[in-house]
Design a protein around this ligand. Structure first.
Ligand SMILES: Cc1cc2nc3c(=O)[nH]c(=O)nc-3n(C[C@H](O)[C@H](O)[C@H](O)COP(=O)(O)OP(=O)(O)OC[C@H]3O[C@@H](n4cnc5c(N)ncnc54)[C@H](O)[C@@H]3O)c2cc1C
Length: 322
Protein backbone atom coordinates (compact mmCIF):
# COMPACT_ATOMS: atom_id res chain seq x y z
CA UNK A 1 0.00 0.00 0.00
CA UNK A 2 1.24 3.48 -0.81
CA UNK A 3 0.20 6.29 1.52
CA UNK A 4 0.54 10.02 0.87
CA UNK A 5 0.76 12.24 3.96
CA UNK A 6 -0.04 15.86 3.09
CA UNK A 7 2.07 18.39 4.95
CA UNK A 8 2.10 22.17 5.12
CA UNK A 9 4.27 25.09 6.03
CA UNK A 10 4.73 28.75 5.36
CA UNK A 11 7.86 30.87 5.13
CA UNK A 12 10.45 28.56 6.72
CA UNK A 13 8.03 27.01 9.22
CA UNK A 14 6.51 23.55 9.15
CA UNK A 15 3.00 23.25 10.59
CA UNK A 16 3.05 20.90 13.60
CA UNK A 17 0.17 18.81 12.21
CA UNK A 18 2.40 17.86 9.26
CA UNK A 19 4.29 15.54 11.58
CA UNK A 20 0.96 14.12 12.76
CA UNK A 21 0.03 13.23 9.16
CA UNK A 22 3.32 11.39 8.69
CA UNK A 23 2.89 9.62 12.05
CA UNK A 24 -0.63 8.56 11.05
CA UNK A 25 0.60 7.14 7.73
CA UNK A 26 3.56 5.44 9.42
CA UNK A 27 1.32 3.83 12.06
CA UNK A 28 -0.75 2.24 9.26
CA UNK A 29 2.13 1.10 7.09
CA UNK A 30 3.33 -2.50 7.00
CA UNK A 31 6.36 -4.20 5.44
CA UNK A 32 6.55 -3.36 1.73
CA UNK A 33 4.37 -0.23 2.08
CA UNK A 34 5.61 3.26 1.27
CA UNK A 35 4.89 6.49 3.11
CA UNK A 36 5.28 9.53 0.87
CA UNK A 37 5.24 13.00 2.48
CA UNK A 38 3.92 15.62 0.09
CA UNK A 39 4.96 19.18 0.91
CA UNK A 40 4.13 22.40 -0.91
CA UNK A 41 5.65 25.62 0.33
CA UNK A 42 8.61 27.93 0.14
CA UNK A 43 11.24 26.08 2.05
CA UNK A 44 12.12 22.53 1.04
CA UNK A 45 15.01 22.67 3.55
CA UNK A 46 12.60 22.86 6.48
CA UNK A 47 10.67 19.86 5.15
CA UNK A 48 13.84 17.85 4.44
CA UNK A 49 15.11 18.61 7.95
CA UNK A 50 11.94 17.27 9.57
CA UNK A 51 10.32 14.48 7.56
CA UNK A 52 12.90 11.70 8.02
CA UNK A 53 10.24 9.26 9.24
CA UNK A 54 8.74 9.19 5.73
CA UNK A 55 10.14 6.88 3.04
CA UNK A 56 10.06 9.66 0.47
CA UNK A 57 9.53 13.41 0.38
CA UNK A 58 8.00 15.09 -2.64
CA UNK A 59 8.52 18.82 -2.16
CA UNK A 60 6.83 21.33 -4.45
CA UNK A 61 8.50 24.66 -3.79
CA UNK A 62 8.17 28.20 -5.07
CA UNK A 63 10.70 30.78 -3.97
CA UNK A 64 8.37 33.67 -4.78
CA UNK A 65 5.58 32.85 -2.33
CA UNK A 66 5.61 32.35 1.44
CA UNK A 67 2.47 30.26 1.21
CA UNK A 68 1.01 28.02 -1.48
CA UNK A 69 -2.75 28.70 -1.84
CA UNK A 70 -5.07 25.69 -1.55
CA UNK A 71 -5.96 25.87 -5.25
CA UNK A 72 -2.31 25.48 -6.25
CA UNK A 73 -1.62 22.92 -3.52
CA UNK A 74 -4.50 20.76 -4.80
CA UNK A 75 -3.29 21.03 -8.38
CA UNK A 76 0.23 19.94 -7.46
CA UNK A 77 -1.10 17.12 -5.31
CA UNK A 78 -3.34 15.92 -8.14
CA UNK A 79 -0.28 15.57 -10.36
CA UNK A 80 1.53 13.62 -7.64
CA UNK A 81 -1.47 11.33 -7.14
CA UNK A 82 -1.61 10.66 -10.89
CA UNK A 83 2.03 9.49 -10.85
CA UNK A 84 2.14 7.71 -7.50
CA UNK A 85 -1.33 6.02 -7.53
CA UNK A 86 -1.63 5.88 -3.73
CA UNK A 87 -4.22 3.80 -1.88
CA UNK A 88 -4.66 6.44 0.78
CA UNK A 89 -4.20 10.22 0.97
CA UNK A 90 -4.11 11.73 4.48
CA UNK A 91 -4.98 15.42 4.61
CA UNK A 92 -4.94 17.53 7.80
CA UNK A 93 -8.20 19.15 8.90
CA UNK A 94 -6.71 22.60 8.44
CA UNK A 95 -7.94 25.70 6.59
CA UNK A 96 -5.89 24.59 3.57
CA UNK A 97 -6.77 20.91 3.98
CA UNK A 98 -10.51 21.62 3.87
CA UNK A 99 -10.24 23.01 0.35
CA UNK A 100 -7.59 20.53 -0.83
CA UNK A 101 -9.42 17.36 0.30
CA UNK A 102 -12.71 18.47 -1.30
CA UNK A 103 -10.95 19.32 -4.57
CA UNK A 104 -9.13 15.99 -4.74
CA UNK A 105 -12.25 13.99 -3.84
CA UNK A 106 -14.37 15.78 -6.46
CA UNK A 107 -11.81 15.32 -9.21
CA UNK A 108 -10.77 11.74 -8.47
CA UNK A 109 -14.22 10.50 -7.43
CA UNK A 110 -12.58 8.84 -4.40
CA UNK A 111 -14.47 8.75 -1.09
CA UNK A 112 -13.56 11.46 1.43
CA UNK A 113 -14.07 10.92 5.14
CA UNK A 114 -13.69 13.99 7.35
CA UNK A 115 -13.14 14.49 11.09
CA UNK A 116 -11.17 11.21 11.39
CA UNK A 117 -9.92 10.41 14.90
CA UNK A 118 -8.72 6.84 14.48
CA UNK A 119 -7.72 4.48 11.66
CA UNK A 120 -7.60 0.69 12.01
CA UNK A 121 -6.03 -1.63 9.47
CA UNK A 122 -6.66 -5.35 9.04
CA UNK A 123 -4.65 -6.60 6.05
CA UNK A 124 -5.85 -4.50 3.14
CA UNK A 125 -9.09 -3.45 4.89
CA UNK A 126 -9.40 -0.13 6.66
CA UNK A 127 -11.90 1.10 9.22
CA UNK A 128 -12.01 4.65 10.54
CA UNK A 129 -13.62 6.31 13.52
CA UNK A 130 -14.87 9.76 12.56
CA UNK A 131 -16.65 12.49 14.49
CA UNK A 132 -20.18 13.59 13.69
CA UNK A 133 -22.25 16.41 15.19
CA UNK A 134 -19.25 18.28 16.60
CA UNK A 135 -17.87 15.11 18.18
CA UNK A 136 -20.99 14.02 20.07
CA UNK A 137 -21.23 10.90 17.90
CA UNK A 138 -18.31 8.73 16.84
CA UNK A 139 -19.09 6.80 13.64
CA UNK A 140 -17.11 3.71 12.68
CA UNK A 141 -17.08 2.96 8.97
CA UNK A 142 -15.27 0.72 6.51
CA UNK A 143 -13.23 2.54 3.86
CA UNK A 144 -13.13 1.43 0.24
CA UNK A 145 -9.71 2.16 -1.23
CA UNK A 146 -8.41 4.37 -2.72
CA UNK A 147 -9.67 7.01 -0.34
CA UNK A 148 -8.96 10.41 1.19
CA UNK A 149 -9.06 10.85 4.95
CA UNK A 150 -9.16 14.27 6.60
CA UNK A 151 -7.55 13.84 10.00
CA UNK A 152 -8.46 15.84 13.10
CA UNK A 153 -5.68 17.85 14.72
CA UNK A 154 -4.22 16.03 17.71
CA UNK A 155 -5.68 12.64 16.68
CA UNK A 156 -2.16 11.23 16.18
CA UNK A 157 1.02 12.09 18.08
CA UNK A 158 3.62 14.03 16.10
CA UNK A 159 6.34 11.96 14.40
CA UNK A 160 9.80 12.73 15.76
CA UNK A 161 11.34 15.31 13.42
CA UNK A 162 14.58 14.33 11.74
CA UNK A 163 16.32 14.79 8.40
CA UNK A 164 15.51 12.76 5.31
CA UNK A 165 18.47 11.97 3.06
CA UNK A 166 18.55 13.74 -0.29
CA UNK A 167 18.29 10.49 -2.28
CA UNK A 168 14.75 10.13 -0.94
CA UNK A 169 13.67 13.67 -1.88
CA UNK A 170 12.01 14.59 -5.18
CA UNK A 171 11.75 18.29 -5.91
CA UNK A 172 9.01 19.84 -8.05
CA UNK A 173 9.03 23.43 -9.29
CA UNK A 174 5.73 24.87 -8.03
CA UNK A 175 6.22 28.19 -9.82
CA UNK A 176 4.27 27.34 -13.02
CA UNK A 177 1.24 26.02 -11.08
CA UNK A 178 1.43 29.06 -8.81
CA UNK A 179 1.49 31.65 -11.57
CA UNK A 180 -1.21 30.01 -13.67
CA UNK A 181 -3.71 29.68 -10.77
CA UNK A 182 -6.62 32.07 -10.17
CA UNK A 183 -5.86 32.59 -6.46
CA UNK A 184 -2.86 34.78 -5.71
CA UNK A 185 -1.11 35.06 -2.36
CA UNK A 186 -0.80 38.80 -1.71
CA UNK A 187 0.83 38.88 1.73
CA UNK A 188 0.89 37.22 5.12
CA UNK A 189 -0.22 39.71 7.77
CA UNK A 190 1.39 39.05 11.12
CA UNK A 191 -0.90 40.24 13.95
CA UNK A 192 0.25 43.05 16.23
CA UNK A 193 1.14 41.18 19.40
CA UNK A 194 1.61 44.38 21.46
CA UNK A 195 -1.38 43.46 23.67
CA UNK A 196 -0.74 39.74 24.04
CA UNK A 197 1.04 36.90 22.29
CA UNK A 198 -0.82 33.74 23.25
CA UNK A 199 1.57 31.65 21.19
CA UNK A 200 4.30 32.19 23.80
CA UNK A 201 2.07 32.12 26.93
CA UNK A 202 2.99 29.42 29.46
CA UNK A 203 -0.47 29.29 31.06
CA UNK A 204 -3.83 29.98 29.46
CA UNK A 205 -7.34 30.08 30.90
CA UNK A 206 -9.72 29.74 27.97
CA UNK A 207 -13.42 30.52 28.21
CA UNK A 208 -15.99 29.05 25.85
CA UNK A 209 -19.65 29.81 25.24
CA UNK A 210 -20.39 28.08 28.54
CA UNK A 211 -19.25 31.28 30.30
CA UNK A 212 -22.67 32.66 29.35
CA UNK A 213 -22.10 36.40 29.06
CA UNK A 214 -19.46 39.11 28.87
CA UNK A 215 -19.72 40.13 32.52
CA UNK A 216 -18.84 36.60 33.70
CA UNK A 217 -15.53 36.71 31.85
CA UNK A 218 -14.17 38.85 34.70
CA UNK A 219 -14.44 35.81 37.01
CA UNK A 220 -12.22 33.80 34.66
CA UNK A 221 -9.92 36.79 34.14
CA UNK A 222 -9.38 37.14 37.90
CA UNK A 223 -8.62 33.43 38.13
CA UNK A 224 -6.18 33.76 35.25
CA UNK A 225 -4.41 36.64 37.00
CA UNK A 226 -4.02 34.56 40.17
CA UNK A 227 -2.61 31.67 38.13
CA UNK A 228 -0.25 33.95 36.21
CA UNK A 229 -2.12 32.98 33.05
CA UNK A 230 -3.43 34.77 29.97
CA UNK A 231 -7.17 34.83 29.32
CA UNK A 232 -8.30 33.45 25.96
CA UNK A 233 -11.57 32.50 24.29
CA UNK A 234 -13.21 30.19 21.80
CA UNK A 235 -14.53 31.68 18.58
CA UNK A 236 -18.12 32.34 19.75
CA UNK A 237 -16.72 34.33 22.68
CA UNK A 238 -14.65 36.45 20.28
CA UNK A 239 -17.45 36.70 17.69
CA UNK A 240 -19.69 38.06 20.47
CA UNK A 241 -17.09 40.76 21.10
CA UNK A 242 -16.42 39.57 24.68
CA UNK A 243 -12.68 39.19 24.03
CA UNK A 244 -10.47 40.65 21.28
CA UNK A 245 -9.58 38.56 18.22
CA UNK A 246 -5.94 38.16 19.31
CA UNK A 247 -7.21 36.12 22.26
CA UNK A 248 -9.03 33.56 20.10
CA UNK A 249 -7.62 30.04 20.08
CA UNK A 250 -8.20 27.68 17.17
CA UNK A 251 -8.22 27.25 13.44
CA UNK A 252 -9.03 30.88 12.73
CA UNK A 253 -7.25 32.12 15.86
CA UNK A 254 -3.95 31.44 17.58
CA UNK A 255 -2.16 28.08 17.76
CA UNK A 256 -0.94 27.77 21.33
CA UNK A 257 1.26 25.35 23.26
CA UNK A 258 1.25 26.42 26.91
CA UNK A 259 2.32 24.31 29.87
CA UNK A 260 -1.22 24.65 31.27
CA UNK A 261 -4.47 25.08 29.34
CA UNK A 262 -7.57 25.39 31.51
CA UNK A 263 -10.67 25.17 29.30
CA UNK A 264 -13.84 26.48 30.94
CA UNK A 265 -17.12 25.74 29.14
CA UNK A 266 -15.41 24.88 25.85
CA UNK A 267 -16.99 21.95 23.95
CA UNK A 268 -13.81 20.99 22.04
CA UNK A 269 -14.89 21.37 18.41
CA UNK A 270 -12.17 20.23 15.96
CA UNK A 271 -11.59 23.86 14.97
CA UNK A 272 -10.81 24.70 18.59
CA UNK A 273 -8.64 21.62 19.16
CA UNK A 274 -6.52 22.59 16.17
CA UNK A 275 -5.23 25.53 18.18
CA UNK A 276 -4.57 23.89 21.55
CA UNK A 277 -4.35 20.10 21.46
CA UNK A 278 -0.53 20.25 21.82
CA UNK A 279 -0.66 21.98 25.21
CA UNK A 280 1.43 20.11 27.80
CA UNK A 281 -1.40 19.87 30.34
CA UNK A 282 -5.06 20.31 29.43
CA UNK A 283 -7.68 20.59 32.15
CA UNK A 284 -11.27 20.79 30.96
CA UNK A 285 -14.36 21.84 32.89
CA UNK A 286 -17.65 21.07 31.20
CA UNK A 287 -21.05 19.99 32.51
CA UNK A 288 -21.48 17.62 29.54
CA UNK A 289 -19.50 14.38 30.14
CA UNK A 290 -19.68 13.67 26.38
CA UNK A 291 -18.08 16.98 25.39
CA UNK A 292 -15.23 16.16 22.92
CA UNK A 293 -12.81 18.39 24.85
CA UNK A 294 -12.50 15.42 27.25
CA UNK A 295 -10.94 13.38 24.41
CA UNK A 296 -7.82 15.57 24.57
CA UNK A 297 -7.92 16.67 28.22
CA UNK A 298 -5.45 15.15 30.69
CA UNK A 299 -7.81 15.97 33.56
CA UNK A 300 -11.49 16.81 33.42
CA UNK A 301 -14.26 17.96 35.74
CA UNK A 302 -17.93 17.53 34.82
CA UNK A 303 -19.12 20.33 37.08
CA UNK A 304 -20.45 23.84 36.66
CA UNK A 305 -17.55 26.08 35.71
CA UNK A 306 -18.83 28.83 38.00
CA UNK A 307 -18.58 26.52 41.03
CA UNK A 308 -15.06 25.50 40.08
CA UNK A 309 -13.89 29.05 39.35
CA UNK A 310 -15.33 30.34 42.66
CA UNK A 311 -13.81 27.49 44.72
CA UNK A 312 -10.41 27.58 43.03
CA UNK A 313 -10.24 31.38 43.29
CA UNK A 314 -11.09 31.21 47.03
CA UNK A 315 -8.36 28.65 47.62
CA UNK A 316 -5.76 30.59 45.66
CA UNK A 317 -6.72 33.76 47.53
CA UNK A 318 -6.48 31.95 50.89
CA UNK A 319 -3.14 30.42 49.89
CA UNK A 320 -1.63 33.75 48.91
CA UNK A 321 -3.12 35.59 51.90
CA UNK A 322 -4.97 38.02 49.57
C1 LIG B 1 -13.80 27.48 9.35
C2 LIG B 1 -14.07 27.51 10.82
C3 LIG B 1 -13.12 28.04 11.67
C4 LIG B 1 -13.34 28.04 13.05
N1 LIG B 1 -12.37 28.54 13.87
C5 LIG B 1 -12.51 28.43 15.20
C6 LIG B 1 -11.48 28.86 16.08
O1 LIG B 1 -10.44 29.38 15.67
N2 LIG B 1 -11.68 28.71 17.41
C7 LIG B 1 -12.83 28.15 17.94
O2 LIG B 1 -12.94 28.04 19.17
N3 LIG B 1 -13.82 27.78 17.12
C8 LIG B 1 -13.70 27.91 15.78
N4 LIG B 1 -14.74 27.54 14.98
C9 LIG B 1 -16.04 27.24 15.59
C10 LIG B 1 -16.17 25.83 16.13
O3 LIG B 1 -16.69 24.98 15.13
C11 LIG B 1 -17.15 25.77 17.34
O4 LIG B 1 -18.38 26.31 16.94
C12 LIG B 1 -16.65 26.54 18.57
O5 LIG B 1 -15.32 26.15 18.89
C13 LIG B 1 -17.54 26.26 19.75
O6 LIG B 1 -17.16 27.10 20.80
P1 LIG B 1 -17.49 26.72 22.32
O7 LIG B 1 -16.87 25.42 22.65
O8 LIG B 1 -17.13 27.90 23.13
O9 LIG B 1 -19.09 26.66 22.30
P2 LIG B 1 -20.07 25.42 22.38
O10 LIG B 1 -19.75 24.41 21.35
O11 LIG B 1 -21.44 26.01 22.39
O12 LIG B 1 -19.75 24.75 23.79
C14 LIG B 1 -20.05 25.31 25.03
C15 LIG B 1 -19.77 24.23 26.07
O13 LIG B 1 -19.95 24.78 27.36
C16 LIG B 1 -20.53 23.77 28.20
N5 LIG B 1 -21.17 24.49 29.29
C17 LIG B 1 -22.28 25.28 29.25
N6 LIG B 1 -22.51 25.83 30.43
C18 LIG B 1 -21.54 25.36 31.28
C19 LIG B 1 -21.25 25.58 32.65
N7 LIG B 1 -21.97 26.41 33.42
N8 LIG B 1 -20.19 24.95 33.20
C20 LIG B 1 -19.41 24.10 32.45
N9 LIG B 1 -19.66 23.87 31.13
C21 LIG B 1 -20.69 24.50 30.55
C22 LIG B 1 -21.47 23.01 27.28
O14 LIG B 1 -21.70 21.69 27.77
C23 LIG B 1 -20.72 23.02 25.96
O15 LIG B 1 -19.94 21.85 25.79
C24 LIG B 1 -14.55 27.54 13.59
C25 LIG B 1 -15.51 27.00 12.73
C26 LIG B 1 -15.27 26.99 11.36
C27 LIG B 1 -16.31 26.39 10.47
Amino acid sequence: MKLIACTEGHSSKIEAFSLEMIAAARSLSQAGDKVVAFFAGRDAQAASASFGVADQLIAACAATSDLIPAETYARLLRDVIAVESPSLVLVPYSANGLDVAADIAARTGWPLISYVNEIKRDGESLTVVAQMYGGKILAECAVGLPAILMINPGAFPEATPGPIDTARVRMIDAEPALTSGKVKMVAIEVPDYADVDLTTAERIVCVGRGIGDEASIDLARNLATMLGAEIAGSRPVVDNGWLPKLRQVGKSGQKVKPKLYLALGVSGAPEHLEGMSHADLIIAVNTDPKAPIFNVAHYGATCDLFDLVANLSDRLRAGSGR
